[in-house]
Ligand binder design. Structure first.
Ligand SMILES: Cc1cc2nc3c(=O)[nH]c(=O)nc-3n(C[C@H](O)[C@H](O)[C@H](O)COP(=O)(O)OP(=O)(O)OC[C@H]3O[C@@H](n4cnc5c(N)ncnc54)[C@H](O)[C@@H]3O)c2cc1C
Length: 380
């Protein structure tokens, strides 16, 4: 069968939509498939907002990537003529030797990023909506902010289409095969051939890579929006930076200013891990009470009525770093599993990297943190 496309993309969420845009922009013939109609509420990219931050506590190796991501989000905003990023500043709050604070400080110092170290009292004085414990400090970085998640995804997809990409919603990939001549994929509707396949299926990636038995786990996460009690203005984007907290040893939560829909807060990890089929979309009273107790401790003026809640899921690797590499048995099959609860901000640069790989350009980043690094099965 003749190849009518250069690249097939399986999954058009944050990563796949960015890949579709960068590839189509370079003149590649792209066809992308999704199980649903992105942006949708069944994967990892909904809930309106995602944090972007530069003093990266997880590892300083992410900093050059996020710096390129900032440039690409800005370019995308200009091309799509819409606002995708709102700069609010960001606070990483915890004990001085916590993974969060020590890690953010290390990245900031190693990459000479603009930042300040604030005492607990200084945090409360400058940002009265926040109530850190006396033994906590904060790393403040002025460049952090908010990405409007669904708008980012829609912008990538719309521009990809304007450069000729074909987008097939509600048409999941069922199977794929690859050899040195190319790839062929099957959906319920047809079989398609191309030179390259990008697997960016988020929480469903393990199904499409079942031959490798990758150690990916799906973790349920709940996002909450609470009404402020007291003056709303103290949670406005000019007075409330995005904030991440590490508390009680190894627990994390984060929050956003009130953008008109309430104060958004969520735990980072500690969700139930299990199969996609068993993942409940209902939020129970115990979960609400748990989040209220954190709000009461750290953001007491956000303890008003619960406006809404949304269940989302992380796709985790064992070490919390992304998985971006070629399939170990097929160099023309690219894997982009970049979640672990912190991948969204990188989608723009991950899309560019996937386009570099599929157009034989040099990738200008060290991707060794993200390579095939577990004992994967040999593959077909
Ligand atoms: C609650 C929550 C909060 C987060 N907060 C942040 C944050 O503040 N900052 C940050 O940087 N990151 C954050 N993240 C992580 C970030 O959102 C993810 O890294 C990102 O959304 C992952 O994108 P993805 O493209 O891998 O997955 P998705 O966006 O879920 O896309 C996968 C797509 O594949 C499709 N698909 C599935 N199976 C198939 C198939 N067989 N064929 C075709 N298509 C298929 C799905 O329908 C879906 O559209 C958060 C994640 C969650 C869940």
């Amino acid at each position: 069968m003749a190849k009518s496309h250069d690249v097939i993309i399986a999954g058009l969420g944050a990563m796949g939509s960015a890949a579709a845009y960068h590839l189509a922009h370079r003149g590649m013939r792209v066809i992308g498939f999704d199980r649903f109609a992105p942006p949708h509420t069944f994967g990892s990219s909904h809930g309106k907002t995602r944090i972007i931050r530069e003093a990266y506590f997880e590892n300083p190796a992410y900093v050059p990537l996020v710096q390129r991501a900032y440039q690409l989000w800005s370019e995308l905003e200009s091309r799509a003529r819409t606002t995708l990023l709102l700069k609010t500043g960001g606070l990483m709050i915890g004990q001085p030797d916590s993974e969060l604070v020590a890690g953010a400080r290390l990245s900031a110092e190693r990459h000479a990023l603009e930042h300040e170290i604030l005492s607990s009292a200084e945090v409360t004085r400058r940002f009265p909506c926040l109530n850190p414990q006396a033994n906590m400090i904060a790393v403040y970085e002025p460049r952090a902010g908010i990405l409007f998640a669904e708008a980012c995804l829609s912008a990538h997809l719309a521009l990809a289409q304007s450069h000729g990409a074909q987008i097939h919603d509600h048409e999941p990939l069922l199977r794929w095969r690859a050899d040195s001549r190319g790839v062929s994929v099957a959906t319920e509707r047809a079989t398609y051939r191309a030179e390259w396949l990008v697997i960016s299926a988020g929480s469903w990636a393990a199904q499409l890579l079942a031959d490798l038995e990758p150690p990916l786990t799906v973790e349920r996460q709940v996002q909450f929006w609470f009404d402020p009690i007291g003056p709303r203005a103290s949670f406005s984007a000019t007075r409330c930076p995005v904030h991440l907290w590490q508390f009680d040893d190894r627990q994390f939560f984060y929050g956003f200013p009130d953008l008109g829909e309430g104060v958004k807060v969520a735990r980072h990890h500690r969700g139930i891990c299990g199969s996609l089929d068993s993942l409940s979309r209902e939020v129970d009273a115990e979960e609400i009470a748990d989040m209220r107790s954190l709000v009461g401790r750290f953001l007491p003026n956000a303890d008003g009525a619960l406006r809404s809640a949304a269940v989302c899921q992380y796709t985790n690797t064992p070490d919390g770093h992304f998985w971006i590499d070629r399939h170990p048995a097929h160099a023309n099959v690219l894997i982009a599993s970049a979640c672990c609860g912190h991948g969204f901000k990188f989608a723009s640069v991950v899309g560019e990297i996937l386009a570099d790989l599929a157009t034989h350009r040099n990738v200008s980043f060290d991707l060794s943190l993200f390579g095939n690094r577990w004992p994967l099965r040999a593959g077909r």
